[in-house]
Design a binder for this molecule. Sequence first.
Ligand code: MN
Length: 209
Amino acid sequence: MSGPFTLSPLPFEESALEPVISRQTLSFHYGKHHAAYVEKLNGLVKGTCYADMKLEDVVKETHHVKSGGDKAIFNNAGQVWNHDFYWRSLSPNSAKPAGALKDAIDTYGGEKKLIEDIAAAGVAQFGSGWVWLTSENGAIRIEKTTNAETPMARGVNCLLTVDVWEHAYYLDYQNARAKYLNEVLARILNWDFAAKNLAQEDHPVRAAA
Ligand code: MN
């Protein structure tokens, strides 16, 4: 594979998320789907202004495009960024939310309500897409996006994401997207990654104590 964009290494072994996500699913999802988006993107950007941009900037520059070659670049760049973010949103050593993240979740209505709302949004996403935990001025939000769309393209601060394309769960759960979401949300979310992302929001409004 050659080109400006690379397949980021998985932050864990392919079997590390079992039994929630099988080694077989990880192997196909990362090694085939994610890798193919990187390879396609590298082919599409050759000789274009996007070849020298950071991946984030390619996504931001092309996300408004409705059709044509730049739309294909968006679809593949978005999927590369989303998958990088998804792998980092998962962890075999899921620890409970703490600190400022726990405070933000408590303000939202608590962890139980948050998990239920993320699952409901993920189930409600029609067709392929993603469900996201984001923050705005330090407050927790839930969003869902279709296909390769990402809140990052609109400058929204992302905390976590879960892939709800069928390829993310079909080998393990067949059509039971809700069961996949419930297992992922209860057992392998990387809350430390979410806490770091929350702390990095560009312009948080810090409430007076
Ligand atoms: Mn995927």
